[in-house]
Ligand binder design. Structure first.
Ligand code: PLP
Length: 391
């Protein structure tokens, strides 16, 4: 009776987050599987946050709050961003707390896009950007970064902007999922110089900002504040994926529009998770440090091991993913290879092509996993390579 197929097929277009869920589900159904696909910290939410939240739950009933979040929360976000990244946002008019960065992306796009607009997305990229753009009746313009070390190159950006006068926004994400690359200040500055010549927003998804290993994270909002809509959240920094807290910051006028959409969609995020976020951002500013040290240790073991096995890998500079080029001697495509690894080695890795143009021929391995599982992964890969005649 209702024709929803066509809409869903349109939305699915090229990048399909649901593939990842199907893949994960298949992997998880395989007994004894080593699952290296998961994009969430394998650490518990720090205890002080859980303690504080349970006390809050016993002491007060939870209600709707103002849509952007309680003043104490937007103030905590402003302070955190000031202390960490030298940003200066007015908590009463430039910050909105959202249901994770997942909501931040959708709500931002819904607020700024008109039908037929275009949005530039460097790929390989996090999987929700394309479908979210299409859901909002706009068109993604994917820019393949696989030939430029997975970084958006300023000349490439300029050419894309010239070719696409309807581009309303660029979505940047660094440290990056799925490649682990990040940008230093000079590289960001070079992009900002191009972008400031155009009437275009930069939606900067900096959810992995606390997991930057090569150098201190530089927020794009410090370089181009009038054009940047900054997205960040607590899922990765405080191992709080299940609490669903993200936030959007930007120029007052844009934030007012985005707030309207956010209110239509959510009213406000749950008060209980707002309380948890206040505690995390206020008393847990150093919470990521111990996790970050662990991630770097795991990264090094995985990176060195993969290189010894003949995978070409750019050393990840942030987040907790490694994007490994499949050795040429293995002839299957990345999807077939990933399926074969589940079937024969009980090892689940994600095919690079799930992350869009430029991802084919790679595997994404999450090192938000135990050291033991990282070592088992390397052993399984070695076994697979030997079985398939690759020395
Ligand atoms: N942005 C990127 C680049 C991500 O990798 C993820 C989650 O993996 C998200 C956003 C969504 O995070 P959240 O849990 O805040 O919705």
């Amino acid at each position: 009776m209702f024709d929803m197929e066509q809409r869903m097929n349109t939305v699915a277009l090229q990048i399909k987050p649901q593939d990842i869920f199907l893949f994960n589900a298949r992997a998880l159904k395989t007994p004894g599987i080593i699952n290296m696909t998961v994009g969430e910290p394998n650490f518990a939410t720090p205890e002080h946050i859980r303690q504080h939240t349970s006390t809050q739950l016993l002491q007060q009933t939870m209600h709707y709050t103002i849509p952007e979040g309680k003043p104490a929360l937007t103030a905590a976000i402003a302070n955190f961003l000031h202390d960490k990244y030298d940003l200066n946002y007015d908590p009463s008019s430039q910050i909105i707390a959202t249901l994770g960065v997942t909501e931040s992306v959708y709500t931002t796009l819904a607020a700024i896009l008109n039908p037929g607009d275009e949005v530039i997305v460097p790929t390989p990229s996090f999987t929700i950007y394309g479908p979210d753009i299409i859901l909002n009746q706009a068109k993604p313009v994917f820019v393949d970064t696989s030939k430029t070390n997975f970084r958006l190159d300023p000349a490439m950006l300029r050419a894309t902007l010239q070719e696409h006068p309807r581009a309303k926004a660029l979505i940047l994400n660094y440290p990056n999922n799925p490649t682990g690359i990040t940008y230093d200040k000079a590289q960001l500055q070079a992009l900002a110089e191009v972008l400031q010549e155009y009437a275009i927003f930069v939606i900067s998804d900096e959810i992995y900002s606390e997991l930057s290993y090569a150098h201190k994270h530089v927020s794009f909002a410090t370089l181009l504040p009038e054009q940047t809509i900054l997205l960040n959240g607590l899922s990765k920094s405080h191992a709080m994926t299940g609490w669903r807290v993200g936030y959007i910051c930007g120029p007052q006028k844009v934030i007012a529009h985005i707030l309207h959409v956010h209110e239509l969609i959510t009213t406000s995020i749950p008060e209980v998770t707002q309380d948890a976020a206040i505690e995390a951002l206020t008393n847990g500013q150093d919470d990521t440090h111990t996790m970050s040290v662990q991630y770097q240790k795991r990264r090094d073991i995985l990176y060195n091991g993969l290189q010894q096995l003949g995978f070409k890998v750019a050393k990840p500079q942030g987040a907790f993913y490694i994007f490994a080029k499949i050795p040429a001697q293995l002839t299957q495509d990345d999807v077939k290879l990933a399926e074969d690894l589940i079937a024969k080695e009980k090892l689940a890795l994600l095919p690079g092509s799930f992350f869009g143009i430029g991802g084919a021929g790679y595997l994404r391995i999450s090192y938000a996993a135990s050291l033991e599982n990282i070592k088992i992964t390397l052993t399984k890969l070695q076994h697979y390579l030997v079985e398939n005649g690759v020395e």
